[in-house]
Write a protein that binds this ligand. Structure first.
Ligand SMILES: N[C@@H](CCC(=O)N[C@@H](CS)C(=O)NCC(=O)O)C(=O)O
Length: 202
């Protein structure tokens, strides 16, 4: 059975959502992580190379990095229809947007949060305002981030934007399309089920 190495209310929470979307059996292995507020600690039972979450365990296979886990689960469970297959014309869009999440979205918002300017021509990402112009333009043409169907990539994007909605991170960029997109994704029943499960063990 698939195991998600999980710390409640962290980046692994989105993967409880994704596993609920898939609907196949899975189990959670709770670990502690070092949190931004200084709480928590490194967990010796966590196979992640840097003690982070999420991690997915599938037999002897260990998969880490959110984009890799999203792709792995979409490919592993094709019946769930959460990612275009290799010969689908939308496959390229799906792969690009998954890689963009790790390589551009996360660094762009980390730069903004830390108030570090993004040096054009040196950094591999751009500032979050430019990112959001791209995202908003995309969402004005399609209902979901990789096309007109909900995919595993939406768990990453809508999950992050839902978290940022009430913060200054999206200031000036909360278009109606973005708000509708986030609402469409987070109102899915699988996310509500995941929310109920995303609690500290005990
Ligand atoms: N690049 C990683 C980031 C994972 C990450 O930073 N997770 C946080 C939880 S939200 C964590 O485990 N932090 C603990 C630590 O940094 O030691 C990914 O995309 O999977």
């Amino acid at each position: 059975m698939i195991t998600l190495v999980h710390a409640p209310r962290s980046r692994s929470s989105g993967f409880v959502w994704l596993l609920e979307e898939i609907g196949e059996p899975y189990q959670l292995q709770y670990v502690s992580i070092r949190r931004g507020d200084g709480s928590g600690s490194l967990d010796g039972g966590n196979p992640h190379p840097h003690g982070k979450v999420p991690v997915l365990k599938d037999g002897s296979d260990i998969i880490f990095e959110q984009s890799a886990i999203a792709l792995y689960l979409a490919d592993k469970f094709p019946r769930a229809g959460l990612g275009p297959r290799i010969d689908d014309p939308l496959r390229g869009s799906f792969l690009s947007i998954l890689a963009y999440y790790a390589g551009v979205i996360e660094p762009a918002f980390t730069s903004k949060f830390l108030r570090v300017p993004v040096p054009r021509g040196t950094a591999g990402w751009v500032d979050s305002d430019e990112v959001m112009d791209f995202i908003n333009a995309r969402l004005s043409k399609q209902s979901y981030i990789a096309g007109d169907k909900f995919t595993a990539a939406d768990v990453l994007y809508a999950g992050a934007f839902a978290l940022f909605m009430g913060s200054p991170l999206l200031e000036g960029k909360k278009t109606q399309q973005l708000q509708d997109y986030v609402a469409r994704c987070v109102s899915r029943p699988a996310r509500a089920r995941a929310g109920e499960k995303d609690q500290p063990p005990g």
